[in-house]
Design a binder for this molecule. Structure first.
Ligand SMILES: Cc1cc2nc3c(=O)[nH]c(=O)nc-3n(C[C@H](O)[C@H](O)[C@H](O)COP(=O)(O)OP(=O)(O)OC[C@H]3O[C@@H](n4cnc5c(N)ncnc54)[C@H](O)[C@@H]3O)c2cc1C
Length: 489
């Protein structure tokens, strides 16, 4: 007979997105099963982790996994990007990124989740699922054996190979990645990043004493060229990699890099995580961090439904966060490509220097909302320098009023790992709506009583609830954004 199991959540895939979700759901007291098709450790690209990863590992109580192996923590970087001159950025300036072995790190994270109560099926392939009255019934295959899992939720974290291309929309022009190892003894023990006319190249020592390099090119560069020729065309025009220009590399591998977003990432308590939901341009080396961060947000949504049944609130929180992640990253990367020295006359750089979103086979509500965020963001003026002491004296007796452009809107906020509706403020001068400033709920502060008419009154009124300095900081933040307006500019 086919074995059956019932669980709150079935996760598919034990990359960082799937395991991060598993660890957090277990910490919140839910029953979790995970199916991973590969035996671990398996090779995995994406070993340069951005500094923000440390907070996430701390939060998961997993930070020991970043220090228990000899991962590389303090790498300086030599960069040729906005000019042809070499800039050296010290490890302290770059922030504490890490070069890891993804195969080992993913294996360690998964072992930790098992220790904390995860029901693991590995190697076991997720094959299909059917919707039931209570959730989902999934079929896993473990060698010749079939296993049936009943769950309220499926979290699909199968990575970039997990979905059909027709369910995704491209959010950058495709690129080709070619990677291999250069002789480590010929390269300094630092990270190297260089923009060339045809694309860009990254290299870094790895923790096992090798030197890994990846080039990113337009797919056209492979037309009529073999992979080694396309790779050498880039390498031979670099300065940072001069010492290895003529070196033959025997282990080159290649893949097409699609940067995309799923067009219906949440359907009936079937949620996509990590690269099953969206992928990012590798330029920022934040794929793993963003995948894990989004899993933490998805877990809040799942936890809210399991504990309060509020599906609509949970789904809009999940979708808003995915839209914000994809659109802010796309604007950041296009800006960064636009700064590279080869400039607009080279197709690779021209095509990537404006935010890009393709047209999916079928438009969905989610896609239309995402597309709306691809309009050029409002130009930000230079930040005002405020001398708080002087300005406080000057503004103290000035009459204040709230900006007519201010809008109050109910929005989901996370309170003790559950979503609750709070009133947030929206204003053209705010990059996004906000409900809290310095952990203080902002909308109650803005319902000013009738006798509060001057800037000084506002601060005195708020000082009954907050420390005086904090009331001043919040008042100046809102004044600087022209939300709290005075007659004096
Ligand atoms: C060329 C390139 C360079 C990159 N460089 C970086 C970098 O330097 N830094 C960085 O942070 N990110 C980088 N990334 C991105 C990074 O690799 C991804 O963000 C990250 O791996 C996504 O994690 P994930 O958990 O979503 O998916 P994955 O890590 O791909 O994990 C998915 C898991 O699902 C399993 N699976 C698939 N199908 C099934 C199934 N049917 N049943 C069960 N299990 C299944 C797979 O075996 C796999 O273990 C790079 C990406 C590319 C393409």
């Amino acid at each position: 007979m086919t074995p059956q199991q019932t669980t709150d959540v079935l996760i598919i895939g034990a990359g960082p997105a799937g395991t991060c979700a598993a660890l957090r759901l277990l910490a919140l007291g839910h029953k979790v099963a995970l199916a991973e098709s590969a035996a671990f450790p398996r090779p995995q690209i994406g070993e340069s982790l951005s500094p923000g990863i440390r907070n996430i590992f701390d939060y998961l109580e997993a930070s020991h996994l970043l220090s228990q192996r000899n991962y590389l923590h303090q790498l300086n970087a030599h960069v040729i990007w906005d000019t042809t001159a070499v800039q050296t950025v010290s490890a302290a300036q770059r922030g504490p990124g890490i070069m890891v072995d993804r195969g080992l790190l993913d294996q360690d994270l998964l072992a930790l989740a098992v220790e904390r109560g995860l029901q693991l099926y590995q190697p076991a392939r997720f094959e299909s699922c059917l919707q039931t009255d209570t959730g989902w019934q999934s079929q896993l295959r473990q060698e010749t054996r079939l296993i049936i899992i009943n769950s309220r939720f499926i979290l699909d974290a199968r990575g970039r190979r997990g979905n059909n291309m027709q369910d995704r929309v491209l959010t950058a022009p495709p690129a080709v990645a070619i990677w291999g190892h250069l002789p480590a003894h010929l390269m300094p023990g630092d990270t190297h990043i260089e923009a060339t006319e045809k694309g860009w190249i990254w290299g870094s020592p790895t923790f096992d004493g090798q030197f890994r390099t990846i080039t990113f090119l337009d797919p056209k560069e492979l037309k009529g060229n073999t992979v080694p020729v396309a790779f050498n065309n880039v390498l031979s025009n670099t300065r940072l990699f001069e010492a290895v220009r003529n070196h033959e590399i025997n282990d080159l591998q290649t893949c097409t890099v699609f940067t995309y977003a799923h067009t219906s990432p949440w359907q009936d308590n079937y949620l996509r995580l990590g690269e099953a939901a969206f992928s990012l341009d590798p330029l920022s080396s934040t794929g793993v961090e963003k995948a894990m961060r989004f899993s933490l947000q998805a877990v809040i949504a799942v936890n809210t439904i399991l504990k309060t049944g509020q599906t609509g609130l949970a789904q809009s929180f999940y979708e808003d966060n995915m839209i914000a992640s994809v659109s802010s990253h796309t604007h950041w990367t296009s800006n960064y490509y636009a700064q590279a020295w080869p400039g607009q006359e080279h197709a690779f750089w021209r095509d990537r220097s404006v935010p890009y979103i393709g047209q999916p086979d079928t438009s969905t509500t989610f896609y239309n909302r995402l597309k709306g965020k691809f309009a050029a963001p409002k130009e930000k003026g230079p930040d005002r320098q405020i001398n708080v002491q002087q300005e406080l004296q000057r503004l103290w007796h000035e009459q204040v009023r709230l900006s007519p452009a201010l809008i109050f809107r109910e929005t989901p906020c996370v309170v003790d790992d559950i979503l609750q509706l709070r009133t947030a403020i929206q204003h053209p001068n705010l990059e996004r709506e906000i409900a809290y400033l310095e952990a203080v709920e902002i909308s109650p502060l803005l319902s000013l009583p009738g006798n509060v008419t001057t800037f000084g009154d506002v601060i005195q009124e708020w000082s009954r609830l907050l420390p005086f300095e904090q009331a001043v900081r919040i008042a100046f933040f809102l004044w600087d954004k022209d939300i709290l307006c005075t007659e004096a500019p």
